[in-house]
Design a protein around this ligand. Structure first.
Ligand SMILES: C[S@@+](CC[C@H](N)C(=O)[O-])C[C@H]1O[C@@H](n2cnc3c(N)ncnc32)[C@H](O)[C@@H]1O
Length: 242
């Protein structure tokens, strides 16, 4: 169980869980990304939705705010899920959301089970993405969509490659500024820690949207389109239709 997600990585998210809504959850860009995911998903009443890497449930709650759908939410961090489950109880949403402690790599859902599979800033934590995207393709039904809200940054390559390093540092400079401005010192500290992980590819394995597009087409998705997040060049939303 959970052998794909290192203990260090789970502990890192476990440690962040209590502060998550007060740090990344305070950054307006993050909410703009989640809102765009919900908008382009075309979610309808009674749709079956999978939120992969749900964290504290910010995306799932936005789906439910849009319409009465049924959400399955998975995450490899029990602490993140605990925060989400507190919100579910508080908002009386137990009939609409089913949380499972599970990594994306360990998913074992049946074929054609979901109308929508969504993942926001979670899949760049998965090192080997191809098998996960293939599982998404199997589990989404014909005409269903995989919606990805992610960082558009290729961090593959050698850690000491100066071009790679300067690309990551350009991205991080903007992120640090935004975190400090909107989430304060606590958010900045999280993003600063995160920066090292991006540079060393240690729990952060970001790729560009050209690479995400290829993974989706190779898995069998027919139509793949990419939406920019206005005002934020490093974040995009991809919609892949089966
Ligand atoms: C930055 S948070 C994003 C949470 C939420 N999707 C959002 O947009 O606010 C990343 C989440 O992915 C989870 N995660 C990391 N690696 C994972 C994996 N391999 N499988 C499932 N969840 C994972 C973490 O525990 C964390 O809750």
């Amino acid at each position: 169980m959970m052998e794909h997600v290192s203990k260090d990585n789970r502990e890192w998210f476990g440690d962040w869980a209590n502060e998550y809504d007060n740090t990344l959850g305070k950054v307006k860009r993050h909410h703009k990304l989640l809102d765009l995911v919900v908008k382009v998903s075309g979610v309808k009443r009674n749709d079956q939705v999978l939120d992969s890497g749900c964290g504290t449930g910010l995306l799932s709650l936005k789906f439910l705010n849009k319409t009465d759908c049924n959400i399955t939410a998975i995450d490899s961090s029990s602490q993140m899920l605990r925060i989400f489950e507190e919100k579910i109880e508080l908002c009386n949403l137990a009939g609409h959301i089913h949380c499972i402690e599970k990594s994306a790599e360990d998913m074992d859902f049946g074929s054609n089970q979901f109308d929508i599979i969504a993942a926001t800033v979670a899949l760049h934590h998965v090192k080997f993405k191809e098998p996960v995207i293939k599982k998404f393709f199997t589990s989404v039904n014909g005409g269903g969509r995989f919606i990805l809200g992610e960082i558009d940054l290729d961090t593959t390559g050698k850690p000491d490659d100066p071009v790679r390093l300067s690309g990551i540092l350009n991205f991080l400079t903007k992120e640090f500024e935004l975190a400090m401005k909107e989430g304060g010192v606590q958010a900045f500290e999280r993003m600063y820690d995160n920066g090292k992980k991006h540079i060393l590819n240690d729990g952060e394995y970001s790729i560009g949207f050209g690479q995400w597009e290829r993974l989706c087409r190779n898995a069998g998705f027919k139509n793949v389109e990419v939406h920019p997040l206005e005002g934020f060049e490093w974040f995009k939303v991809l919609v892949a239709t089966k």
